[in-house]
Design a protein around this ligand. Sequence first.
Ligand SMILES: Nc1ncnc2c1ncn2[C@@H]1O[C@H](COP(=O)(O)OP(=O)(O)OP(=O)(O)O)[C@@H](O)[C@H]1O
Ligand SMILES: [Mg+2]
Length: 508
Amino acid sequence: MRGMDGSSGVWGGLNSGVVLSLIAVLWTVVWQNLQHLQLQHFFKRHLGRHARRLAALVDPYLSVTIAEYDGGRMRRAEAYEEVKAYLAASTSRSARHLRAEGARDADRLVLSMVDGEEVADALLPEEGGGAVFWWAYSRPPPQQDRRWGGGFGGGGGDEENRRFYRLFFLDRHRDQVLNAYLPRVRRQGRAVMVQNRRRKLFTNISTHQFTDGGYTRSAWTHVPFEHPKTFATLAMDPAAKKEVMDDLDAFKAGKQWYERVGKAWKRGYLLHGPPGTGKSAMIAAMANHLDYDVYDIELTSVHSNTDLRKLFIGTTSKSIIVIEDIDCSLDLTGARNAKKKDAAPEDDDKGKGDKKGATDATSKVTLSGLLNFIDGLWSACGGERVIVFTTNHLEKLDPALIRRGRMDKHIEMSYCRAPAFEFLAKAYLGVEEHELFGAVGALLREVDMTPADVAENLTPKSADDDADSCLRGLVAALEKAREVKASSGGQEKQPEEEDGGVVAVDKE
Ligand SMILES: Nc1ncnc2c1ncn2[C@@H]1O[C@H](COP(=O)(O)OP(=O)(O)OP(=O)(O)O)[C@@H](O)[C@H]1O
Ligand SMILES: [Mg+2]
């Protein structure tokens, strides 16, 4: 292959400049014509292969193939992603045809090689230096090009299985490549991935679309995750907030700990409380704090336990898996034993023991399917996942679902009290002290108002609105709520009311 070993070769004695320019001009003419004949693919592949075969006669070279799916088709191979990221960062200047994707920074692009492209790379001086390798990227040619034969693709299998990067190197560099170069490629690739990572918000599309024309499609679709909520803007009792943040930090840094005690590296949070108390806001703050992706599972469009498992396997590590309003998505009301008599045994787990829960008309996912999803064998694959369930009705949930070990931490989100109100007043109006603070605090002890409602009252509605008018508006709204409560005999007062903060965190 061209100068595989970095040597100057036979060109040294000739007037190489003139010869090379002549070749370049001729090649351009031929190439452009070939393009019209759609033979470019064929020539590129076959000339490359023959050149390499020729070189192999003189100096044998080896190749390492890194396929997109190693082992199973369910998950992309990490090595493939890492090599892709490494090559994008280190060799995009030498590749001539590149594919571009959006990066974390909205203006930048992440470049990768297109099909059939080859790029050179070399050992660093500390790895021995000098040796040059070639990376080639290949995927199956489009349907109409099949007649030209295998190219790099080779073998059968489905389309997805045949995408790969292949590294060519000389036999004598085997040790350096395997022991120093490839580990560095993976390391640097991982670093690049972290740098370019644009966080995503995933949602599950209909699981009917799992296969399409014989090859697998991801069950997830995504958009960039750009929610602005952070813990700094979440009104909570400061101690409770710190506890949640510390818990998340300990989880993120806990790889070794989880390994040592033999637990899958995941943690379950159950957020419960009335509507508008900031459960969804808390999830966004968690994702921003951890710098994780979010997978928002719409359980009602998951058709079976198997599909739920597929969804889970399709998630990557460093992610938060969210199931909102778990009590509404499934009938999980302590029905593990008291199954509905007329519920048809419709899902794929039928006959596999009887730990199934009730089902409803919209989803065939069962309680046992959900429990397996959370802490079955599959839950250990990949690691570093946070699972969050939210509910408005804690009492409706089956105790099996929320026991510690599944939902490790229960966080109660509650109505707005004085500290949370003061936090919101500072965030929304920029005021830390005001004569109406006392009145608002006293009223919030008597009536339940959610942080969402308090926040709405503190939002200026016109250019004339200021802190005074907003706070007066809030006092009026609270007084009205108190009257309504008095006229209804205090019916709507929540029994679990607790002064001092919007959130209480259950200790483990
Ligand atoms: N504790 C809070 N701090 C700051 N903002 C809050 C808080 N709670 C609610 N909000 C604001 O109120 C709105 C509604 O909150 P959110 O959607 O998080 O409520 P929720 O508990 O998820 O309600 P639901 O149970 O109906 O889903 C959001 O815009 C959010 O920013
Ligand atoms: Mg919500």
